[in-house]
Design a protein around this ligand. Sequence first.
Ligand SMILES: Cc1cc2nc3c(=O)[nH]c(=O)nc-3n(C[C@H](O)[C@H](O)[C@H](O)COP(=O)(O)OP(=O)(O)OC[C@H]3O[C@@H](n4cnc5c(N)ncnc54)[C@H](O)[C@@H]3O)c2cc1C
Length: 457
Amino acid sequence: MEKYISEPARQTPVWDEVDVLVVGGGPAGLMAAQAAALVEGTKVLLLESRGSLGGNMTQGLPLLGFLGRKGNEVIKGLPLRFVERLRERGQATHHRRCPLHVSLTMIDPEGTKKLAWEIMDESGVKVLMYVMCVDTIMDGDRIRGVIIESKKGRAAILAKTVIDCTGDGDVASHAGVPMAYGNEKGIAQPPTLMFSMRGVDSRKLRNAVADHPEIYDIDFIPNEFFRADDNCTMVGFRNQIREARQQGYNLPVERTIFMTGMAPDEWWVNMSRVNGVDATDPQQYTKGERIAIEQNSEIVRYLKAFIPGFENAYVDRVAPFMGVRETRRIIGEYILTEQDIFDCARFDDAIGVAAYPVDLHHPVGGDCTLMWCPDCYDIPYRSLVPKKVDGLLCAGRNISTTHLALASVRVMGPAMCIGEAAGKAAALCARKGITPRQLNTKELQQALRAEGVYFRD
Ligand SMILES: Cc1cc2nc3c(=O)[nH]c(=O)nc-3n(C[C@H](O)[C@H](O)[C@H](O)COP(=O)(O)OP(=O)(O)OC[C@H]3O[C@@H](n4cnc5c(N)ncnc54)[C@H](O)[C@@H]3O)c2cc1C
């Protein structure tokens, strides 16, 4: 039986009162805060529980989703400007087209953290780190702010409009928004602890893969694609996994996945997976992190023994936290579906366009499935607007979608695009004294177009 204690009522200090409050400083939150602050006279505060900005952008992952299947840029506006600024510093690559992942854009995690700060400073966003949003302040079904906790104890932040960019829908969930979790059985895509290896003989690796497709089986992409010294994610080597397992290696995945980093001898490995972890539960997340550390040791041993070029490689960096692909999603005014993605759906209330395939890391087992959108699809504003609660918008991987549609829209290009739209919408609502549900989406689209966001005509 669960045991409870009662806490005495308390006076909670109000630390700040703003027009737009953004909770979570990942790709969605950064763009939301910047977009809101660019609406003149908008006071914006960004809350972040960790000690750096960027969320999953700091894990060594490439940005996915910037190009559509026809090779055109579908993510523009503030996200593209962010990438261009990194590129000017040599901290991002070009968008390389890829037959499997459509496009990939490598970024330097440390450069990303620094640029994120610069952008917040330039646009006048106030940032408060090391605070966790643990509750909401409600006036009936209208959110008025959030409760945060830190070493100083509890405090309140009041806001005209709040944007939930926590990835996990923490704010929405506390506010009483109806939520969904994972697939029809309530199981989510598994988390992964990323790490990088340096000292890889990349030329040897590329030549071996290109010259020996009969040995090194690669999923979907012709092996020759990897000969060029360019951005890539290698997915496959199922033969090698099978052979390693026969020799007693304990590997959690059916296929090998690693991708180029910014240095010529650097590759980031995306292979641990801890099935069944609910990352909103710290006890499960802790256990999962412990398991992932052990998995990664075995994966390093495997790569050095079975993948050409890795013989003398060593672990260089480990991501600052185990990355979470999926937890809660809001139930919003519209639930984006996989069918919308396959149909290249158009919506009157589009806030941008996404094109990344449905990329599902199976919640059970060790495999992954990709299903492509023929071109690109609209993201409707209604998927950012939660049911039941007013004064709240959601952006990033906690918007209103099905489990399969999330497997497409969750990647960082669309997350940034959605963040920009949510930020702009929240600032317009705060200025007009209306709720997100009342916002005229034509006005929002006009503001987004003015910022360079891509729309299909
Ligand atoms: C292992 C892995 C591999 C992936 N591979 C790719 C890839 O190659 N390319 C790609 O584009 N995408 C990839 N993704 C998906 C992508 O990284 C995420 O879906 C995307 O980052 C979502 O952005 P977000 O801003 O919604 O959330 P996040 O990036 O998770 O950011 C959320 C932020 O909110 C903060 N936060 C959370 N809760 C609170 C709270 N209660 N109070 C205050 N702050 C809070 C967090 O600290 C974090 O900074 C991958 C994801 C994982 C886990």
